[in-house]
Design a protein around this ligand. Structure first.
Ligand code: FAD
Length: 380
């Protein structure tokens, strides 16, 4: 049954209906085949972009949808319920356009934002390196001044969602010493000197590649620097506050899909002469799953509404990411249990949901790092 959402406008209701229609007609028929064969869904992002779903929260003046974050996240949740890998890529696209939108000059925005927000171009976010994941300030990829205002970039980055496929990369590279020696650059995907590794062999999210990137004396002009030199880490963390809400919404979508599948199965399967949902021991498992999904959704909506009101929401974003992704892991694992032996096969989607839920606890700040952020907010 579709989620009964409390949305702020008729336009938002229409957007959810549009998303469900696209999920039914475009995503659902092909998701299983792509996830099994680990093949890229050509054309899917162009269709999402044409429907306006790649830039919902960005301002209309730059070609975005001008929607509140609470609406965008619920759209993302609906996409994730059908295809988590696509929803993650949509969320990362939004994450990668945030630095230009929030820190770029008007001239930079005029030049690059329309392409990004129209859905013609898909973006990726490149902060992590082999030795710098949680400890982002340990990154080494270097951008050295070329003497003419531009930069020469050398080094490697890792774990890039949509690596090798994206049209632009929001890159964080070292321009000096320490945490204030990191800068943000907007890199075109076809930059000379930029190459990509082969896709990682992941537990889930098979349809979207995750790769390393290698910069070999790659030259960019001065206008590719976003924000001030040395402001990169501040920009990266500001983008991640929003991105974490996207991951929370993806996690809730996955959990909702698992709950729906488990509920349908429990209403059909019989043992000992009755539907398994009528065994209280199993009915209570489903009740706990439903409660976990509802409370996880409430935490991300609370953070999103604060963001929409222009109030601080960084701690709430970490709370939402922690609660929603832990809930997704628990709910998807319980969904496999509800299916019994069948849940452990690839005949049903619940095993995929469980594999996909795991990554939501790891990327865009592991849940240990979310606890660090929350604890920092509690420290007087
Ligand atoms: C599928 C996938 C997609 C990704 N996409 C992107 C992307 O698009 N862009 C990007 O930049 N990165 C991306 N990442 C990278 C991801 O954000 C990092 O993997 C993550 O931040 C963890 O970093 P790490 O793997 O280096 O683990 P580490 O930082 O080495 O952590 C290892 C363990 O130690 C724990 N730990 C570390 N420090 C502390 C501490 N201070 N206190 C308590 N525990 C701690 C961690 O929680 C973790 O459990 C992706 C990763 C994956 C797997």
């Amino acid at each position: 049954m579709p989620v009964d959402r409390l949305l702020p406008s008729q336009e938002a209701d229409d957007l959810i209906a549009l998303t469900r229609d696209i999920a039914d007609k475009v995503l659902d028929p092909i998701v299983d085949a792509h996830e099994k064969a680990e093949t890229y869904p050509e054309g899917v992002f162009a269709q999402l972009g044409a429907a306006g779903l790649l830039s919902l929260p960005q301002p209309e003046e730059w070609g975005g949808g001008g929607q509140p974050y609470e609406v965008y996240l619920q759209v993302l949740e609906e996409i994730a319920a059908r295809w988590a890998a696509v929803a993650v890529a949509v969320s990362v696209h939004s994450l990668s356009s945030h630095p230009l939108l929030a820190f770029g000059t008007d001239e930079q925005k005029r030049r690059w934002l329309p392409g990004m927000l129209s859905g013609d171009q898909i973006g990726a976010y490149s902060l992590s390196e082999p030795q710098a994941g949680s400890d982002a300030a340990a990154l080494r990829c270097a951008a050295k001044a070329d003497g003419n205002g531009g930069y020469v970039i050398s080094g490697s980055k890792s774990w890039i969602t949509h690596g090798g496929r994206a049209d632009f990369y929001t890159l964080f590279a070292r321009t000096g010493e320490g945490s204030r020696g990191i800068s943000c650059f907007l890199i075109p995907g076809d930059l000379t000197g930029l190459s990509f590794g082969k896709p990682e062999e992941k537990m889930g999210l098979h349809a979207i590649p995750t790769t390393s990137a290698f910069y070999d004396n790659a030259h960019v002009d001065a206008d590719r620097l976003i924000g001030a030199q040395g402001q990169g880490l501040q920009i990266a963390f500001s983008a991640l506050d929003s991105g974490r809400l996207g991951i929370a919404a993806v996690a809730v979508g996955l959990a909702q899909a698992a709950l729906d599948a488990a509920t349908a199965y429990a209403n059909e399967r019989t043992t000992f002469g009755r539907k398994i949902i009528d065994h209280q021991g199993l009915g209570f498992v489903l009740a706990d799953m439903a409660a976990a999904v509802a409370s996880a959704r409430a935490t991300y909506l609370d953070a999103a509404r604060r963001r929409d009101l222009g109030r601080p929401y960084s701690t709430q974003a970490s709370v939402a990411k922690l609660i929603a992704t832990d809930a997704a892991m628990k709910v998807t694992t319980d969904a496999v249990q509800v299916f019994g032996g069948a849940g452990y096969t690839r005949d049903y989607r619940v095993e995929r949901y469980m594999r996909e839920a795991k990554i939501t606890q790891i990327f865009e700040g592991t849940n240990q790092i979310q606890r660090l952020v929350i604890a920092r907010g509690l420290t007087s």
